[in-house]
Structure formats: structure tokens, C-alpha cells
Design a protein around this ligand. Structure first.
Ligand code: SF4
Ligand code: SF4
Length: 83
């Protein structure tokens, strides 16, 4: 999963772009739910939130949720069946 850092300026660009609805407003900044973020696997070749974010390093790989492509794809399949 990816993670939003304290560099986030709450510009609101990323939230509507996430295909998994993994992004929401948190206490201070936007946050990513690691249970829903597939790093856009299953939808796009690149992480769309990172693409639209105007701030460098506001969205980074979450060191506490490192996943393989296979794990991300399995999460995508799981979420698809829930929706
Ligand atoms: Fe959503 Fe993709 Fe960003 Fe994860 S990487 S939060 S799935 S837009
Ligand atoms: Fe924060 Fe970047 Fe999302 Fe804007 S696009 S709300 S700066 S993480």
C-alpha cells in the first residue's frame, strides 16, 4: 500500500481519483486505508494518486505495508468481490 505523509496540503486532488476509494480525510491530512489500497494494481499501470499529487513525497510507499504484485492483485480480487 501507499501512504500519505505530513507533506500533504489537503488539496483534494487524489481522493476522487482512487479507484478503490482508499483515500479519505483524516485528522490532519488525507489518509490511505492500507486494506483498500492495491497501489492501483488491477486498474492502472501507475499509482494514480501519486500521479495527480502536486507535492513531492506527499504520497510514498508505506514501509509498514510492503506487498508483492501477487498480494496486491489478490487484494484487488478480494475487494472486487466485496463490491
Ligand atoms: Fe488508491 Fe491507487 Fe493511490 Fe492506492 S495507489 S490509494 S489504490 S489511487
Ligand atoms: Fe495531499 Fe497530495 Fe492528496 Fe493533495 S493530492 S490531498 S497534497 S496527498
Amino acid at each position: 500500500a501507499l501512504k500519505i505523509t505530513n507533506k500533504c496540503i489537503n488539496c483534494d486532488m487524489c481522493e476522487p481519483e482512487c479507484p478503490n476509494e482508499a483515500i479519505s480525510m483524516g485528522f490532519d491530512t488525507y489518509e490511505i486505508d492500507p486494506n483498500k489500497c492495491t497501489e492501483c494494481v488491477g486498474y492502472y499501470d501507475h499509482s494514480t494518486c501519486q500521479r495527480v499529487c502536486p507535492i513531492q513525497n506527499a504520497i510514498i510507499a508505506d514501509p509498514e505495508h510492503v506487498e508483492t504484485q501477487e498480494e496486491l492483485l489478490a487484494k484487488f480480487e478480494r475487494l472486487k468481490h466485496l463490491s
